[in-house]
Design a protein around this ligand. Structure first.
Ligand SMILES: *[C@@H]1O[C@H](CO)[C@@H](O)[C@H](O)[C@H]1NC(C)=O
Ligand SMILES: *[C@@H]1O[C@H](CO)[C@@H](O)[C@H](O)[C@H]1NC(C)=O
Ligand SMILES: *[C@@H]1O[C@H](CO)[C@@H](O)[C@H](O)[C@H]1NC(C)=O
Ligand SMILES: *[C@@H]1O[C@H](CO)[C@@H](O)[C@H](O)[C@H]1NC(C)=O
Ligand SMILES: *[C@@H]1O[C@H](CO)[C@@H](O)[C@H](O)[C@H]1NC(C)=O
Ligand SMILES: *[C@@H]1O[C@H](CO)[C@@H](O)[C@H](O)[C@H]1NC(C)=O
Ligand SMILES: *[C@@H]1O[C@H](CO)[C@@H](O)[C@H](O)[C@H]1NC(C)=O
Ligand SMILES: *[C@@H]1O[C@H](CO)[C@@H](O)[C@H](O)[C@H]1NC(C)=O
Ligand SMILES: *[C@@H]1O[C@H](CO)[C@@H](O)[C@H](O)[C@H]1NC(C)=O
Ligand SMILES: *[C@@H]1O[C@H](CO)[C@@H](O)[C@H](O)[C@H]1NC(C)=O
Length: 601
């Protein structure tokens, strides 16, 4: 015992004691917020430094909605985007099909066009006021061509940041932007498709926003979770977008995954097995897809459903709809609108991945209760409409109206996607449950076992010796200060038990994981994990973004600090047990206050 009297790390003993307590109960650390875990780097930094070339895994990015309802064929929940230098704020729709961003320029609002035109179009991006705008040339979108919705814009490159100013959203400095005046798309659009955009003026394909975020190690993988949001449940539910993961709180899980279609421009192709309604004005027509299954492209860019003519006729019979040949739309007059609301009809789309397993997505009539405004229609200048369009077999599409009740998860690296029914019974947006999608090429700690460097093993052995020494020292320590320490131990045990409980309750097993935090590993004896890469911990210590939460890729380890009102982005990383990330209980991305003074009203 004399040896321990001169133990040079006596001041670390409380820390080591706590580590031992933690490891005795669970191999995970409960939280990064307790001050004692902050001491761990004193012990572990050397080991981390010795690890081979490591990259940290960034947390998924939760993109806050703009909290506005926009569009002349909506209402639709829009998202905020800052473009140019100095940044100009615009509101855009999410486009799952587009590989680029487009914005409206002042030519899109000629004098006397629409009252409050700029606001109605989500505000204008005036490229000639941006110091960083790099013009390219005038190009076709080369996009939605099969729907006759291609248009032309002034292509160029500029800085783009998702979210309102000050919200700390991800930035891409050389992002492809089309500046348009056409009303084909009333609002601007933000493209989620990670394929590059090709211009004849450039030899190289221009990388997409998503690809650049991944290249920059700002998102964990090229993947996203998206749903459009809606207004017809008890409370309005804004759209939800997560980059590099998804929000488990938003949907009922299914066991069906769709592979990408071979034509990459129609990658999100699903098989619609049937469409049916539980209420019909015409009892014979509850089958709304009379000629059998079709394949349709899921695309948030367009509002409506594009279905075969016989399906449209079945809808007409079921809901007494009348086709307006001039507009190619189903307008709904006030009388019919009241009748349809009174039926409380629901329409169920049954999707199948081809292996017999099916996913039913049920949309209440409210999902189809939408409104057209001037200049989409002129006389009268506003009308209800049913978002259905007659299509030929190159055009079948499930648009944004469908995504009001469907949650879409797309994994570009595994080339598959999932469509799950939204879960809006007892829905609370602040219970966000963000799950990470890791790249398939992410090297997880377990697979590095065999390549473990000997230097690190030596370090681990030293660590274990120190721990044994510490244990002995603690026994001695306890004996000396029995009374006070006993009380402290009891408190800590209680605390740890609570944290461990939270860890085990939250997640399922099949999802990806990131290594355990160091605190648990030291005690757990899992040697290989000590020098594993991707430490949430290492990220906190070494992140160049630590000081600036506005920088892309910033991951905050401690909850709270960056989640005050107006902070739209939650880059939250926890390293708890088998779990990857869990959101704190606080409101993360659904901010209660409307219009945080964005100056856009
Ligand atoms: C570390 O990674 C960077 C970028 O991934 C690479 O350029 C560098 O060569 C790597 N260094 C080592 C020692 O592997
Ligand atoms: C930008 O261009 C518009 C016309 O497109 C013009 O009216 C405006 O004055 C220009 N602004 C600047 C700062 O050059
Ligand atoms: C990567 O991120 C840094 C810092 O956020 C940014 O300055 C840089 O422009 C980004 N790279 C690309 C290709 O956008
Ligand atoms: C651009 O060209 C590349 C190949 O050079 C291709 O992979 C990509 O899909 C093209 N992008 C679009 C939007 O067609
Ligand atoms: C998929 O889930 C459905 C119900 O949710 C179940 O009936 C079916 O057996 C499951 N299929 C597989 C292969 O797990
Ligand atoms: C409303 O539309 C329905 C069919 O869509 C039609 O039968 C009815 O006559 C219309 N009512 C009025 C007042 O125009
Ligand atoms: C149709 O289904 C919806 C949603 O499940 C339900 O609210 C409605 O009452 C049903 N209508 C009939 C006539 O069963
Ligand atoms: C729409 O029509 C009404 C009445 O016909 C008129 O008062 C209103 O100004 C019009 N709105 C637009 C945007 O043209
Ligand atoms: C489908 O309709 C579009 C637009 O009307 C048309 O351009 C296209 O040729 C049609 N395709 C077929 C196969 O009929
Ligand atoms: C993609 O496939 C993998 C492996 O089959 C599966 O684990 C994953 O859930 C699928 N992802 C999506 C978004 O469907």
């Amino acid at each position: 015992m004399v040896f321990f009297a001169g133990f040079p790390y006596a001041s670390c003993l409380p820390t080591l004691l706590l580590l031992l307590l933690v490891s005795a109960h669970t191999s995970t650390a409960a939280s990064f917020t307790t001050p004692w875990l902050r001491d761990v780097p004193l012990v572990a930094t050397g080991l981390i430094k010795r690890a081979q070339n490591t990259t940290t895994i960034p947390a998924p990015i939760v993109v806050a909605p703009s909290q506005y309802w926009d569009g002349i064929d909506g209402p639709w929940s829009s998202f905020a985007l800052q473009v140019g230098t100095p940044a100009q704020n615009v509101r855009v729709q999410i486009s799952t099909a587009s590989t680029f961003t487009w914005t409206i320029y002042d030519g899109g609002c000629p004098p006397g066009y629409v009252t409050d035109c700029a606001n109605s179009r989500g505000f204008l991006f005036e490229t000639n006021k941006s110091l960083t705008w790099t013009p390219n040339s005038i190009f076709n979108f080369d996009f939605e061509v099969n729907l006759n919705m291609d248009t032309t814009g002034n292509a160029g490159f500029d800085t783009a940041t998702l979210g309102w100013q000050g919200a700390g959203g991800p930035t891409v400095s050389h992002s492809t932007i089309f500046s348009i005046k056409s009303s084909t798309y009333w609002l601007g659009g933000f493209g989620l498709n990670p394929r590059p955009t090709n211009f004849s003026t450039f030899v190289d394909p221009q990388p997409s926003f998503m690809q650049q975020l991944k290249t920059n190690n700002t998102i964990p993988s090229i993947s996203y979770g998206y749903t459009a949001g809606n207004q017809y449940h008890q409370t309005p539910i804004f759209g939800s977008l997560v980059l590099g993961g998804y929000d488990q709180n938003r949907f009922t899980p299914t066991n069906v995954s769709f592979p990408f279609f071979t034509d990459i421009s129609r990658d999100l192709l699903v098989r619609i097995h049937s469409i049916s309604t539980n209420t019909s004005f015409n009892l014979a027509s509850s089958n709304l897809l009379p000629s059998g299954p079709i394949s349709a492209f899921v695309d948030s860019t367009v509002p409506t459903m594009w279905l075969p003519i016989d399906a449209c006729e079945a809808f007409e019979a079921a809901f007494n709809l009348q086709y307006n040949e001039a507009l190619n739309m189903y307008l709904v007059n006030d009388t019919l609108h009241q009748q349809l609301l009174a039926t409380s009809a629901a329409i169920t789309f049954t999707l199948t991945a081809g292996d017999g397993r099916t996913v039913p997505i049920t949309l209440p009539y409210g999902a189809f209760d939408l409104t057209l405004h001037y200049p989409y229609i002129t006389s009268p200048n506003t009308s209800y409409y049913f978002p259905l369009q007659r299509a030929n077999n190159t055009q079948y599409t499930l648009g944004r109206a469908f995504l009001q009740e469907a949650y879409l998860i797309v994994d570009y690296e595994r080339q598959n996607f999932t469509i799950a029914p939204c879960a809006y019974d007892n829905f609370n947006p602040s219970n966000a449950d963000i799950r990470t999608i890791l790249s398939p090429d992410t090297v997880l700690p377990n697979s590095r076992r065999s390549r473990f460097p000997t230097g690190a093993i030596a370090g681990v052995i030293v660590g274990i010796v120190i721990l044994i020494a510490a244990l002995a020292a603690i026994l001695w320590f306890l004996r000396r200060r029995k009374h006070t320490e006993k009380r402290r131990v009891a408190e800590l045990e209680a605390k740890e038990a609570g944290g461990a409980h939270a860890d085990h309750s939250s997640e399922n097993e099949s999802k990806p994981f990131i290594s355990n935090p160091i605190g648990g590993e030291l005690g757990g004896g899992e040697i290989h994990e000590l020098t594993a890469p991707h430490k949430p911990f290492a990220q906190e210590m070494e992140s160049p973004h630590k000081i600036d939460p506005n920088k892309a890729g910033y991951s905050e380890m401690e909850s709270g600090e960056y989640f005050g009102p107006g902070k739209g982005f939650a880059h939250e990383m926890h390293g708890s047990g088998p779990d990857v990330f869990e959101m704190p209980g606080s409101d993360v991305h659904e901010m209660p206050g409307h219009g945080e003074g964005h100056g856009l009203k």
